[in-house]
Design a binder for this molecule. Structure first.
Ligand code: BES
Ligand code: MN
Length: 460
């Protein structure tokens, strides 16, 4: 193990250069004009995996290809019965807009202090790169890995992983494993490494309100024709009440309440409302009454407007009644809510709220179920031991608010649970301008990756 850790220490600056090369690809899955960049990023990653000694190939899907990379398998009888783990990550990134808020261009990686700035630096290229480097250290120092590993790095996570379930089904035999290791979540700080045992699910929609057949002069027609933007805002305003609760009948029916014990555990996580408020630049925190900020953003369901569009947005004014208005909405879901049932409830309720003066259409986008796993199993305990030795701190158990839609498919298709061992810090600006990855988190992540396989391979 010492040889592996020494290798990791001695090659840090090369690792940072290589990660920077990876970050230069603008692999934005939401934007079709970046399709070729996704292909290039995936191709680069395959070559990189081969260079570090993995058997790697690109596996096509209906959408962006999956990078599949395996540690060399030994044919000897003694290797039979070895444990097999997947490492999951994603090479696609969120759009970098608005560009003008970046201190340096999002796809030109820059180091400042102990941080590497670029879109995707943390979410998720840097995090799965740490695992690749840990495995490189084993392979390049001829240290035997105590288990078999397969990296599955996909290109559609940020748009809902629509083609990954089919990929898992098709490759089920090869991907059959004991658990899936994922570093794509957060930690409160480097002194509190964490095993995340729950993530929220998601249900995404686009609602469009249609008014007149074209934009109309608001002076000539205003007063006699409804305004779709106003109608949409009125509908939206009725979806949340003054206590921060979602006002859709049946919405909370399937929500499993937080147990007293869980609330006690959550309260132990370092958090300060005032500092949190300040770091986000809001005048006052908001949230569902009766819950702490931490509970609100990890263990309670929410509704967010992600984008709202209508009418004239250019310079100056334009006096019109717009022909249409639209909104992108996402609900975050908690156990046992399902995107399917939420879709049905939202559809019924919006139809009821829509006034007869406009027409409303609802398009269901991607969805993902919430995830919850017991942190007391032997593999989870082994992961906690690896966290403790790599970070030299007592790890904590976390629930988190973000979503990784494929987790429940891993469970259904491969019958394996996830070990969520994130490296993202609260100020890493994931999905925001000036995303960064902490070089200290990178180092600790590589050490954790190195120590993890021994713990997982031998866990009782
Ligand atoms: N890494 C995040 C998920 C995450 C972030 C989990 C922070 C826990 C804490 C992932 O890349 C992500 O952003 N997922 C999307 C999924 C969506 C586009 C379907 C999300 O949560 O918005
Ligand atoms: Mn993300």
């Amino acid at each position: 193990m010492q040889t592996v850790l020494t290798y990791l220490n001695e090659n840090q600056s090369r690792f940072i250069r290589q990660l920077s090369d990876y970050l230069r690809f603008p692999s934005v899955s939401a934007q079709s004009h970046h399709r070729a960049d996704l292909e290039k990023a995936a191709g680069w990653l395959v070559e990189h995996c081969q260079a570090i000694g993995l058997n790697a190939r690109l596996s096509p899907t209906e959408g962006n290809p999956v990078v599949l990379a395996q540690t060399p398998r030994r044919a000897s009888a003694s290797s039979r019965g070895r444990r097999h783990f997947l490492v999951y990550g994603h090479y696609d990134v969120q759009p970098a807009e608005p560009f003008d808020l970046w201190k340096s261009p999002p796809f030109e990686p820059r180091i400042e202090g102990r941080s590497l700035f670029a879109r995707g630096a943390c979410d998720n290229k840097g995090q799965h790169f740490a695992h690749l480097k840990a495995v490189e250290a084993y392979l390049k120092t001829n240290t035997e890995l105590p288990c078999d590993l397969t990296f599955v790095i996909e290109g559609e996570e940020e748009v809902g992983s629509g083609n990954l379930a089919a990929f898992l089904k098709k490759n089920r035999a090869d991907l059959c494993c004991d658990a899936i290791v994922i570093s794509d979540t957060g930690i409160p700080d480097l002194k509190h490494p964490a095993l995340t045992y729950a993530l929220r699910g998601i249900a995404a929609f686009e609602v469009k309100v249609h008014g007149p057949s074209r934009d109309l002069h608001s002076g000539i027609y205003g007063g006699s024709v409804d305004n779709p933007a106003m109608a949409l805002c009125q509908v939206l305003a009725r979806l949340r009440d003054k206590n921060g609760r979602i006002a859709i009948p049946g919405f909370y029916d399937d929500v499993v309440p937080l147990s007293a014990n869980e609330r006690k555990q959550l309260a132990r996580i370092p958090h300060n409302d005032a500092a949190y408020r300040k770091s986000l630049g809001v005048p006052k925190l908001f949230g569902e009454r009766g819950y702490t900020a931490l509970e609100q953003r990890t263990a309670r369901p929410t509704l967010e407007i992600n984008g709202l569009t209508s009418g004239y947005q250019g310079e100056g004014s334009k006096t019109i009644i717009p022909a249409w208005a639209s909104v992108k909405l996402t609900f975050r879901l908690v156990p046992n809510q399902t995107p399917q049932r939420i879709h049905k409830l939202v559809d019924e309720h919006l139809k009821k709220l829509c006034p007869p003066t406009v027409r409303l259409t609802l398009e269901g986008g991607h969805g993902g179920e919430p995830y919850l796993v017991s942190p007391s199993g032997p593999l989870a305990q082994a992961a906690l031991r690896a966290l403790k030795s790599a970070f030299e701190c007592q790890p904590i158990l976390l629930r988190e608010g973000g979503s990784i839609p494929i987790l429940t498919d891993f469970r259904k298709i491969l019958a394996a649970d996830a070990l969520l061992l994130g490296l993202a810090l609260p100020d890493d600006n994931v999905h925001s301008p000036n995303e960064k990855f902490s070089l200290d988190a990178f180092n600790k992540g590589m050490r954790m990756g190195a120590m993890l396989w021994r713990e997982l391979a031998t866990a009782a």
